[in-house]
Design a protein around this ligand. Structure first.
Ligand SMILES: Cc1cc2nc3c(=O)[nH]c(=O)nc-3n(C[C@H](O)[C@H](O)[C@H](O)COP(=O)(O)OP(=O)(O)OC[C@H]3O[C@@H](n4cnc5c(N)ncnc54)[C@H](O)[C@@H]3O)c2cc1C
Length: 494
């Protein structure tokens, strides 16, 4: 009898739903912990060649200087002026078009130049060195119940890098990032250290912001801050043709502080469906809630990697994303936490392929017509194509009067597009052709494109998108006659 009892017990255990559940859980945990979150290999020293975030455009540079202090920097700039050397400036190198280096140049690695110099709680300002990241700033100001006025949706960038591209994010009330800088210390191309403000008669800020490191080194910055407000998250699903009206209403009522949207790139709802996420004032502020850390990166990466295959999986992913977003509806979040989105799950490390960003700007009232045209231009199904669109998010970029090379000549929507393509010459050329066609379509609607990304666009397209390019170049020649500050981006377009 005993053996059969044991046998019976075994059967019972095997059939027990709890047992099966535990096995499945252990399996899922095991699989998810085994998903590698490798960092892509990019950066200043890649076997003597330098690249940026995409790993494209490798170049040999002369040397890297880890920036320690201002006197040393001043000496390097003065010496470069005398000897005809070129200097490039690197933050965290998330820009993708060779903005941070140049052939045989001296590259200033700003990452170590990252001290918080002063926090003024009463006047709500922070003075900080330019190599600090937004994360460093958030950590310093969170205990004071303060938050940034404008920054990107992730906090992984340096302040110098973000100001040099005049970045934008989710805030729809504070205008361009440039407008939140009260004062700044720069090292000019002739080696002078200058403190500048918005009212400075020489208009340095106009060229340093959105100046891509071509007008000098930003040393430190005094930024205006705001309260660390608490928001209620509000989410809604829409058809793309309803979005313009939805956003106009949102902008008129000032109970919403931040906003962004996502457009479907899944075959069944391609460019037809969207969801929006709004951050609504609750009237409460917060100095207690800790800054959130990235969680679930492995599972996120697994889902994204599956979705990167395209086709039916993308439909499933989109439906899932809608559910996930819906589940956030009604949650509360602090301003600081809304400004630090996850990023590790996005790491893309497939050999022979690259994932790049592009951003197209479109006047707010052109959105609907633009999306209709785009639907005719892009294939809804890209499963078997080399060029794949991974996702599209939408942000609002208010008209910018602060910078010379401004992308928001009027109130614009920025469509941030994550694209994947191969690295063979014909694959890169194919991507270039598609993006150039897409750029033409955008220009036709009075729009433009963002410059921190890989420059697939032509010189002619650049000149239409940035009509003040001539003045920018004139000022560059005037302020930096020996071309001390140089990078691949400048070489490509000017
Ligand atoms: C995943 C991802 C998400 C992004 N999201 C957004 C977004 O939401 N909104 C947005 O606007 N942009 C976004 N970008 C673009 C990004 O904000 C810019 O590329 C930004 O410059 C990155 O900062 P960085 O520290 O990596 O700068 P880097 O790429 O190192 O440098 C950017 C430019 O700034 C110059 N520079 C750097 N430091 C200094 C300094 N101290 N003084 C003078 N010049 C300097 C460099 O020479 C270069 O021209 C995103 C990019 C990626 C890859």
């Amino acid at each position: 009898m005993k053996p059969s009892l044991i046998k019976n017990n075994k059967q019972v255990i095997h059939k027990n739903p709890w047992f099966l559940g535990i096995v499945v859980c252990i399996f899922v945990v095991f699989v998810s912990l085994s998903i590698p979150i490798e960092k892509r290999k990019y950066g200043l020293s890649q076997r003597n060649l330098t690249t940026d975030y995409t790993g494209l455009l490798p170049e040999r540079i002369e040397r890297i200087v880890k920036v320690g202090n201002r006197t040393e920097l001043q000496k390097i700039v003065k010496e470069a002026n005398e000897k005809g050397q070129h200097i490039s400036i690197a933050g965290l190198q998330h820009s993708q078009g060779g903005h941070t280096y140049y052939k045989d140049s001296v590259v200033l690695d700003m990452k170590t130049f990252n001290k918080v110099l002063e926090i003024d709680k009463q006047h709500k300002t922070i003075k900080v060195e330019s190599g600090a990241t937004w994360e460093d700033v958030q950590e310093a100001i969170q205990p004071y119940g303060l938050a940034l006025k404008v920054t990107q949706s992730q906090s992984i960038f340096t302040i110098g890098g973000s100001l040099s591209v005049n970045a934008h994010g989710r805030d729809i009330r504070s205008g361009p990032m440039a407008g939140t800088v009260r004062e700044m210390t720069i090292l000019t191309p002739t080696g002078e250290i200058k403190t500048i403000t918005q009212n400075d008669s020489e208009e340095w800020m106009k060229y340093v912001f959105g100046g891509y490191g071509l007008f000098g080194v930003i040393l430190d910055v005094t930024l205006e801050l705001t309260e660390n407000d608490v928001y209620t998250i509000h989410t809604e699903e829409h058809k793309t043709h309803e979005y313009e009206a939805y956003f106009a209403k949102l902008l008129r009522n000032d109970d919403t502080s931040m906003h962004y949207a996502r457009v479907s790139v899944a075959p069944n709802s391609f460019l037809n469906e969207m969801y929006v996420i709004d951050y609504i004032y609750t009237g409460k502020t917060d100095d207690q809630t800790p800054l959130k850390k990235e969680r679930g990166a492995r599972i996120g990466k697994l889902a994204l990697d599956l979705c990167r295959q395209g086709g039916g999986v993308e439909d499933l992913f989109w439906e899932n994303q809608k559910l996930l977003i819906k589940s956030l509806d009604g949650d509360e979040i602090t301003r600081n936490n809304a400004m630090r989105g996850n990023s590790a799950f996005m790491e893309f490390t497939t050999p022979g392929r690259v994932e790049v960003l592009q951003e197209f700007f479109i006047p707010v009232e052109q959105f609907e017509e633009y999306m209709s045209d785009l639907k005719r231009f892009l294939p809804a199904i890209d499963k078997n194509d080399d060029f794949k669109i991974q996702n599209i998010t939408v942000r609002y970029a208010a008209k910018d009067n602060y910078t010379s090379l401004n992308y928001a000549k009027e109130d614009m929507f920025g469509l941030v597009i994550l694209i994947q393509h191969g690295l063979k010459e014909k694959e890169i050329n194919n991507a270039k052709a598609i993006i150039q066609g897409w750029t033409d379509l955008t220009l036709k609607h009075g729009g433009g494109y963002y410059l921190p990304y890989y420059p697939y666009q032509t010189k002619d397209q650049f000149r239409i998108a940035y009509p003040k390019w001539e003045k920018f170049q004139e000022e560059k020649l005037k302020r930096d006659p020996n071309d001390v500050f140089q990078n691949i981006f400048y070489d490509h377009y000017f």
